[in-house]
Design a protein around this ligand. Sequence first.
Ligand code: MN
Ligand code: MN
Length: 501
Amino acid sequence: MPKQIKQDNQTAAKAEPLTIKDLEKQLFAQRQNICKEMTVSELALADEFCEEYKAFLDAGKTERTAARRIIEKAKAAGFKEFKAGKKYKSGDKLYVNNREKAVILAVIGYEPLDAAGVRIIASHIDSPRIDLKANALFEDNELAYFKTHYYGGIKKYQWAAIPLSLQGVVCKADGSTVQINIGEDESDPVFTITDLLPHLAEAQYKRPAKELIKGEELNVLIGSRPFKSGKEVGLCPTTRSEPSGERSLGAEHGSVKLAIMKLLHDKYGITESDFTTAELELVPAFKARDVGFDRSLVGAYGQDDRVCAYTSLTAMLDLDGVPAATAVCVFADKEEVGSYGNTGLGSNYLEYFLEDLADAQGVNVRRIFEKSKCLSADVCAALDPTFADVSEKNNSAFMNRGAVIQKYVGSRGKSGTNDASAEYLAELRGVLDGAGVPWQTGELGKVDAGGGGTVAMFVARMNIDTVDIGVPVLSMHAPMELTAKADVYAAYRGFGAFWRA
Ligand code: MN
Ligand code: MN
């Protein structure tokens, strides 16, 4: 924060004359690499913090696995499942599991809800990926594939020719659910989308980049050996059509599709029609890694927005004592597709949770909303020197300059966004500066260069002060996204300061 210039003439006369440099330091906003200011031990803390962060990214690459991990960690820290109608006292730690895909954590504060409102940090735990279609399995020229429909904004060509893991659930006709996770363990097979060899890509090169790989070309290779049987093939007893499990197919040869379906049936007891009642997602199979000779960056899939999920989760679990205002941490699903659906923040589950809390204290929930504050915790594009022309450098976020506050996102003249008030921004600035948390401002690219959205507007519509803050990211929405460890740590500290304020 710039110190006020002394206006008193007498005081000024006694002091050393100000140099231009001093004056610039006082009057100009300071924008610089925070690693210069951080001590060796502070940098080491940031590095150490990111070790557990990388493990979290590897364990939670889908909204379901991330939700599970968050609940596990919360339970281990003493959080109990929230029950509507129950009275809660200050210090109580609660969690809400919304359909295994979204989570709310809360620590009840010592101030009454209608006096202090709540302090919400809302991130999202879904990331762009490749989903299976309902009729996924097919064979073409003796190769077996899955048909897919991508989820969220991806550059489709980035998803070909990389190893993918398959994760999700299959809900079977008998009412049971099978959990699938293939490709994360080193001994597992992986899957991949094929791309055309450059030798034959003359026509492909002429396509617009958006169609370099078309949506219907995102076919995932899953097998290549035809079914072969010289001996009895016992079908699992779970198959209603073949309950005996004893019928012999003799020495017949079947298709690759049959061989794959047989494997899946043997391992998971599923048949082809079970794909219609499944949610299976393909995500990059590689693990989070340090990037750079100096190991200053984390390279991993799904950091948008699990970087904010992890930093807010950890800040909440690390809260010492009881906060004044009730602290609420939301991990939403469906942000990447517009927050639609009942696990996205376009749904009312956060509102209903706050209503339930209000009812338990016998207060009108509107009194809570109007006093509440929210950080919409999401990533921001960092300036990429290779593609600097899409950014306006005075207002772009930069790697290693701390947590990024975005007053607004949206597109075409701030359309479709929450535009945080100056008053609320000032309050947040005070909180971050007071705690010595490095921060910067960011804007998603040049005016009219494109745009994007976050969950901010869905919280703001409840009449809650909301602003976007997060971590700068390079290669956003790519299979490997990059964050700077110093920024990740700054976000963690910023989120803690928000709840302690
Ligand atoms: Mn995001
Ligand atoms: Mn995103």
